[in-house]
Design a protein around this ligand. Structure first.
Ligand code: ASP
Ligand code: MG
Length: 423
């Protein structure tokens, strides 16, 4: 018997029929003798719809009230699943995040889990119930108000609960069969990765793979919670995300690159004609930091000999573009740079794999593949297990395909059928 946390994403509970299907699946796990805790997302696009509704009522809804509203989405699906399970003869109880003891910081819309006190749900579980917890929410330690954990954060609820309840593992169910070597909508020959290390999954999530929430992977790595990513529409094995020392090993030793991720959500800003003096870059990035913007890649050119000025480019989330430009314009007179350019027709393509630690030539292979495909590299950044480049937006797909074949990741034979969103 295992204790399992099963998390179902919005696409798995989009309507009444889907909720009944999930109920049957949950019941099967229970009948197999496991203790099951369910974490659930809001039905389909409910969260987006509630958000739209709020904006129709007020252009800037109060964050506290927005959280009161958005948390109803998960509460609704949790209660409905409990009803569906009861209909199948199972004992099931739903709980809000707050009732389940999910204690968070007070920052509405983006709260962090500080602690979980699962006493109530542990008793319900040991009494033989199926426990259902509304994902994506908690209660603030200081204000006692209801909070949400950020978009897509039901994954994080699930991993945090699995950790707090000493579950054997956490299953994340969505509408895709697992983590793939690239987005199969771009690369028809992409393959399911049977197992991947936390480190690689973190890089994948941070660099555009939408399959798992970044914070959920961070949590899983920190607390060493094995995560099984799989589809609620099939019984196929998915992808295990694990500590590298717990991996089977064989496949991993062969592959230098585990996957290719891409991200179309970033934009590039170039600060033109920056005086090449001590302290100037610090002023620029201080202004960006004060606007609470996370920058990703940064490139500073060699300064022009004639006027001793240089250009600094960096990437940032596209949604922060306007704010960044305003902050830079505000310091322009003081810093005395010439101009600010904004370009959102860019995309980031990353190759990720622990194998690159021990294999030279990965950069050469990647860049050569891009060159062969006629793709110009705008910016470059690396970590120990990742190489990322910025290319023009219309070449992202080609770059992903080129990298995928250059590292021998293309599957032979049949293409994977894939239509999911990963939610
Ligand atoms: N329902 C929330 C969202 O759509 C949380 C989640 O789905 O994980 O962002
Ligand atoms: Mg959702």
């Amino acid at each position: 018997m295992a204790r399992i946390v099963m998390k179902f994403g919005g696409s798995s509970v989009a309507d009444a029929e889907s909720i009944k299907r999930v109920a049957r699946r949950v019941l099967r796990a229970k009948q197999d003798g496991h203790e099951v805790v369910i974490v659930i997302s809001a039905m389909g696009d409910t969260t987006d719809e509630l958000m739209d509704l709020a904006l129709q009522v007020s252009p800037q809804p109060a964050p506290r009230e927005l959280d009161m509203l958005l948390t109803t989405g998960e509460r609704q699906s949790a209660a409905l699943l409990a009803m569906a399970l009861a209909d199948l003869g199972a004992e099931a109880r739903s709980y809000t995040g707050s009732q389940a003891g999910v204690i968070t910081t007070s920052s509405h819309g983006n709260a962090r889990i500080i602690d979980i006190t699962p006493g109530r749900i542990v008793s319900a579980l040991t009494e033989g119930n199926i426990v259902i917890v509304a994902g994506f929410q908690g209660v603030s330690q200081d204000t006692k108000d209801v909070t949400t954990l950020g978009r897509g954060a039901s994954d994080t609820t699930a991993v945090a609960l699995a950790d707090a309840m000493d579950a054997d593992y956490c299953e994340i169910y969505s509408d895709v069969d697992g983590v793939f070597t690239a987005d199969p909508r771009i690369v028809p020959g992409a393959r399911r990765i049977p197992e991947i290390s936390y480190e690689e999954m973190l890089e994948m999530a941070a660099n555009g793979a939408k399959i798992l929430h970044l914070r959920c992977v961070e949590y899983a790595r920190r607390e060493n919670v094995p995560v099984h990513v799989r589809s609620s529409f099939s019984d196929k094995p998915g992808t295990w995300v694990k500590d590298i020392n717990d991996m089977e090993g064989t496949a991993m030793e062969e592959a230098i690159i585990s996957g290719v991720a891409h991200d179309r959500g970033e934009a590039k800003i170039t600060v033109v004609g920056v005086p090449d003096r001590v302290g100037v870059a610090s002023k620029i990035f201080l202004a960006i930091a004060e606007a609470e913007i996370n920058v990703d890649m940064i490139v500073q050119n060699v300064s022009h000999v004639s006027d001793n000025r240089t250009d600094i480019s960096f990437t940032l989330p596209m949604s922060d573009g306007r704010k960044a430009i305003e902050s830079l314009r505000a310091i322009q007179p003081e810093v005395d740079f010439e101009d600010v350019l904004y370009d959102d027709q860019v995309g980031k393509v990353s190759v990720i794999g622990v194998g690159m630690r021990s294999h030279p030539g990965v950069t050469a292979t990647f860049f050569n593949a891009l060159a062969q495909a006629g793709i110009n590299i705008g910016m470059i950044s690396t970590s120990e297990i990742r190489i990322s480049v910025v290319v023009s937006a219309d070449q992202v797909d080609d770059a992903v395909r080129a990298a995928h074949s250059a590292f021998g990741l293309d599957a032979e034979g049949e293409a994977v059928v894939y239509a999911g969103t990963g939610r």
